[in-house]
Write a protein that binds this ligand. Structure first.
Ligand SMILES: NC(=O)c1ccc[n+]([C@@H]2O[C@H](COP(=O)([O-])OP(=O)(O)OC[C@H]3O[C@@H](n4cnc5c(N)ncnc54)[C@H](O)[C@@H]3O)[C@@H](O)[C@H]2O)c1
Length: 248
């Protein structure tokens, strides 16, 4: 039980990587708030955790709204009066385009959800973490913040900014024993990913040293390490979970 007696918030936990992180955190003993805009899938995630004996609740939360985030954090604090772990995973994953074609809407969503959403959530949990003498913030970034990838300028710019956000927050709140790290997934099979047989799937496999794509559980274990006391002297790092894509 690596997160026994801890309270964790995972944003974007209704699907994919966030869901796997919420499930693993709960399996390791945390009380988990599943925060997402998708109420049906979010309720299902939380119910699945409870069905396996874990502690979880769903809160409809749009991370780009400060009011929505405040309500979610209050709900999580209601579990045990503390917030130990925040995993900022929610992101806009729609149509991606290059500089000439990216729309204002695409830019706004990428900036307001992945970048400012991470700020909104971190800002809301920091007072708890400071008061209780520590905490761990895990930001889900992407290898697209580290290597060039096709036609995704707004997504890439927002994810790159999260690396700076991570360093800055780690610097400022380290003296309070609040650790802030990021984790950069490579190609991970989720509902948004290319499917086996597609040319882009094969291309992704070829970019990694392991010659395959990853699964959500492989990201969740890295997020567990960064959340738990096992990483108690680790802050301000970006951990690629990418099968070696960025290793060459
Ligand atoms: N799948 C990959 O290959 C991959 C690679 C690199 C990085 N990532 C990152 O991993 C994270 C999860 O991606 P995924 O592949 O699981 O995608 P996904 O679409 O399955 O999950 C994203 C979740 O975020 C939620 N969400 C969207 N907007 C939100 C908002 N405003 N407020 C709250 N929740 C919101 C969605 O409802 C969804 O549940 C993202 O940050 C993504 O950028 C994924």
């Amino acid at each position: 039980m690596r997160l026994k007696d801890k309270t964790a918030i995972v944003t974007g936990a209704a699907h994919g990587i966030g869901r796997a992180i919420a499930e693993l955190y709960a399996a390791e003993g945390a009380a988990v708030l599943v925060a997402d805009i998708d109420a049906e899938a979010g309720e299902e995630t939380a119910a699945g955790i409870r069905g396996r004996g874990g502690a979880a609740a769903f809160e409809r939360c749009d991370v780009s709204s400060k009011e929505s985030v405040a309500a979610a954090v209050e709900r999580a604090a209601g579990f045990h009066g503390r917030i130990d772990v925040l995993c900022n995973n929610a992101a806009y994953l729609g149509e991606f385009r290059g500089v000439l074609d990216a729309t204002d809407d695409e830019w706004e969503r990428c900036l307001h959800i992945q970048l400012l959403g991470t700020n909104n959530c971190t800002r809301a949990v920091l007072p708890y973490m400071i008061r209780q003498g520590g905490g761990s913030v895990v930001n889900i970034v992407s290898i697209q913040a580290m290597v060039g990838c096709p036609t995704s300028v707004a997504y890439t710019a927002a994810k790159s900014a999260l690396l700076g956000f991570t360093l800055s927050a780690a610097y400022d709140y380290g003296p309070h024993n609040v650790r802030v790290n990021s984790l950069s997934p490579g190609p991970i099979q989720t509902r948004i990913s290319p499917k086996p047989g597609e040319a882009s799937y094969q291309w992704q496999c070829e970019q990694t040293l392991l010659k395959r794509v990853g699964n959500v559980r492989e990201v969740a274990y890295a997020a567990l390490f960064l959340a738990s006391e096992e990483s108690s002297f680790v802050t301000g790092v970006n951990l690629p979970v990418d099968g070696g894509w960025t290793a060459h």
